[in-house]
Design a protein around this ligand. Structure first.
Ligand code: ZN
Ligand code: ZN
Length: 375
């Protein structure tokens, strides 16, 4: 699998004129070689020449974490006091016109800037570009095994929020942070290896789309927005993400809130239905946005409709104005319109969806209505 992925990325490198791919901290590394770098200051780097064998450079003390895959990469370790940048530079291709000539390296978008600076200083003629140019086209299209993990991760967070919708999780009188901690435990209990986020936003706090759960106590007569997700490992130790948003109201909602939610619900359903193979990403965004525009909420929908998802919680493709990329079978992404009224309330409704030749395939299947929880 990893050898196949590297073969495919080399074809893209060929198309883009990239001589070598340099992957470090970030999701590209586990996707292409099954190893995830520790996000620390010591250098880990997979050096993938377009022509030639790949080498994984890792700190000696982290070598025990590496599952060796001789068909994918050679392992080279370095000890504290040695210069790991030199190990990478020594493995760069000669470059145009012979040794020391210009070399184009695509470096991981999330590799520490410090590594990039040090590489540029150590190798005159090195030209850097973003690795996503060659990696995103491959990562975007999920195969059946990847979709299977996305589906299992989606079902896991579905079970958690279905419990919330059913009123099985006490809410009134607890702080956002307390509820968020319980949900984080559930995310792991349901089979994820890692919690990525647990947004619990009550009342006016939900007007901030990325609110961080805090001390505010949940009260009767208010709404609560839950946006939760984690990473679930599939075969080969590569993880895939879940991401779902549902809102509940503690007691009967005011008419104004219920009406807005109806528009949100209609917008999200229209977005899912529009997410068919061949439809440009921007068009899916536009379809869902039009529903909110027509209902008078357009100015309160302040973000793109959705983001790709896979090894990362946010990856390509984005469902956003200006992205003319047509959806392809295997693209996985969120559909998550929102309405945010500052200082008053906010709401969002989110599913993960996979585009297939048979139509949009939602990974999240629980009720999309505004659940009214006794309070
Ligand atoms: Zn999302
Ligand atoms: Zn989300």
């Amino acid at each position: 699998m990893f050898a196949d992925r590297l073969a495919r990325v080399r074809a893209h490198m060929d198309d883009e004129g990239v001589d070598v791919l340099l992957l470090s901290v970030g999701a590209d590394l586990p996707y292409f070689c099954g190893y995830e770098a520790m996000p620390l200051e010591r250098l880990t780097m997979l050096v993938v020449p377009r022509d030639g064998d790949a080498t994984l450079v890792v700190p000696h003390l982290e070598a025990p974490r590496v599952v060796e895959r001789p068909d994918v990469f050679d392992l080279v370790t370095w000890r504290d006091g040695e210069d790991p940048i030199r190990l990478v530079v020594d493995r760069l291709p000669a470059g145009a016109g012979g040794p020391g000539g210009d070399v184009t390296a695509a470096i991981g978008d999330q590799a520490w800037a410090g590594f990039a600076v040090d590489l540029l200083a150590a190798r005159p003629g090195l030209v850097l570009s973003r690795a996503s140019t060659v990696t995103a086209p491959i990562r975007m299209v999920k195969d059946a095994a990847e979709v299977d993990v996305l589906r299992r991760a989606g079902a896991a967070v579905d079970r958690i929020l279905a419990d919330v919708q059913a009123g099985n999780v006490p809410l009134v009188g607890r702080s956002e942070a307390d509820v968020a901690a319980e949900i984080a435990r559930r995310i792991v209990d349901e089979g994820h290896h890692r919690v990525n986020f647990t947004i619990v936003a009550s009342g006016p706090n939900a007007a901030s789309p990325h609110h961080e759960a805090g001390d505010r106590v949940l009260r009767s007569g208010e709404s609560v927005l839950f946006d939760i997700g984690g990473t679930m490992f599939g075969a080969d130790g590569v993880g895939y993400c879940s991401d779902i948003t549902r809102c509940v109201h503690l007691g009967e909602p005011p008419a104004e809130f219920a009406e807005a939610y109806e528009a949100l619900h209609a917008s999200q359903a229209a977005g899912v239905a529009a997410a068919t193979v061949g439809t440009p990403c921007a068009e899916v965004d536009a379809v869902a946005r039009r529903v909110l525009d027509d209902a008078g909420y357009g100015e309160f929908f302040v973000h793109r409709l959705g983001h790709g998802i896979g090894v990362e919680a946010h990856e390509h493709p984005n469902l956003v104005a200006g992205n003319d990329l047509p959806l392809a079978a295997g693209h996985a992404f969120s559909i998550e319109p929102g309405i945010y009224v500052a200082d008053r309330w906010g709401m969002r409704l989110e599913d993960i969806v996979v585009a297939t030749d048979d139509g949009p395939d939602p990974m999240n299947r629980i009720d999309h209505g505004l659940a009214v929880v006794d309070a």
